[in-house]
Design a protein around this ligand. Structure first.
Ligand code: NAD
Length: 331
């Protein structure tokens, strides 16, 4: 039985804690947040405000990091140096340079495992489309288009001011909301040659980070990607991703995977749905967390490790830099 602790008891911890409590092979042994009132999320386990004290006293086997972006790398470093495994919420870090340091941490500490919460890789629609692409039977991927059209209110940034600042969030819609989609664009299309993007603020919320981004992606195999993400919409809509292969076309829409022909749309797969108003997170947190703990037992590595979080960070940096320089950035 693995002893597991959670650091950071805000929004996403409300997803992690019930999953951990429902699992037989793990025991939630402690939780930590700077704000004492957040301990009500897990009132039946010891609560700490200092994660280093928690590590010393509780000696967890694994620690979930549900923290603001700027704390992912430094806290993960402390946890792996203590000798515990890490399951870190996305993004890996604030930017690509820090992400590389995180991946190096993984190299330097082979005695522990680091899992990264890119749960949308485990959506049924994603897995079915990956199988089609990897089979090679439909030819190469020739284009990918993705749209993330979500809403974030001024209160979202006022309630947790770290979310609106470059120093603590590392960016806005790209690193916070659409990083999963950038990751899937890299998963589906393979190695990326270059990116030209634009970022802006469509709404005046008095924050530093972008609320909107778009990009033109050139893949090494000649495929083209088009990416659009915004949190300036009125409501959260389901992410849409279209993928053209040489012999057939596919669309992930409303959490369903369709094969699209000129005559019809054929349903191939459907995602499990997350109940409640956070449906747009996707329902695969539970699937990925269970895979991670199974793999800790068996020594497999089906979960995304730290090194696998670097590409999406490079894509974000490239979109940001090309938006300023107007020059495509090579990856
Ligand atoms: N995978 C997903 O789909 C998904 C969805 C939402 C959020 N997230 C990620 O989860 C992470 C947290 O986001 P959130 O929206 O839950 O943030 P949040 O601000 O709601 O929660 C963060 C919590 O960390 C606590 N905290 C800050 N510094 C601390 C410290 N030094 N020690 C202990 N606790 C500390 C805060 O008090 C707060 O309760 C982010 O990386 C975010 O990108 C992932």
């Amino acid at each position: 039985m693995k002893r597991v602790a959670v650091i950071g008891l805000g929004e996403i911890a409300k997803v992690h804690v019930p999953i951990l409590k429902s699992m037989e092979q793990v025991q939630l042994c402690a939780v930590c947040d700077l704000r004492k009132e957040r301990g009500t999320l897990a009132p039946d386990v010891p609560f700490y405000t200092d994660y280093k004290e928690m590590l010393e006293k509780e000696k967890p086997d694994c620690v979930h990091l549900c923290l603001p972006h700027w704390l992912h790398y430094p806290v993960a470093k402390d946890v792996v140096e203590f000798g515990a495994n890490v399951f870190c919420e996305k993004p890996l870090a604030l930017n690509a340079a820090q992400a590389e340091k995180f991946a190096q941490l993984e190299q330097d500490h082979p005695e522990v495992e680091i899992g990264l919460c890119l749960q949308n890789r485990y959506n049924e629609t994603t897995e079915a489309l990956m199988r089609i692409i990897q089979s090679g039977l439909e030819g190469k991927v020739t284009s990918i288009r993705a749209n993330v059209v979500w809403a974030r209110s001024p209160e979202y940034y006022q309630q947790e001011p770290w979310r609106g600042k470059m120093e603590t969030a590392g960016g806005g819609v790209m690193i916070n909301q659409s990083i999963h989609t950038l990751d899937l664009m890299a998963q589906f299309g393979g190695k990326i040659q270059s990116i030209q993007g634009n970022i802006c603020q469509l709404l005046d919320y008095g924050i530093e980070v972008e609320d909107t981004a778009n990009a033109h992606i050139m893949y090494q195999n000649g495929a083209v990607g088009t990416f659009y993400a915004t949190v300036s919409h009125a409501v959260n809509t389901n992410v849409e991703i279209g993928v053209e292969l040489e012999k057939s076309s596919y669309l992930i829409q409303d959490n369903k995977l369709w094969k699209v022909t000129p005559e019809e749309k054929i349903l191939l797969a459907e995602d499990a749905k997350l109940p409640g108003n956070k449906f747009y997170y996707g329902a695969s947190h539970s699937k990925l967390i269970r895979i991670f703990y199974e793999d800790l037992e068996t020594g497999n590595r089906r979960y995304p490790c730290a090194a696998e979080g670097v590409t999406s960070m490079k894509m974000i940096d490239a979109i940001r830099h090309s938006s300023h320089s107007h020059v495509p950035q090579t990856l």
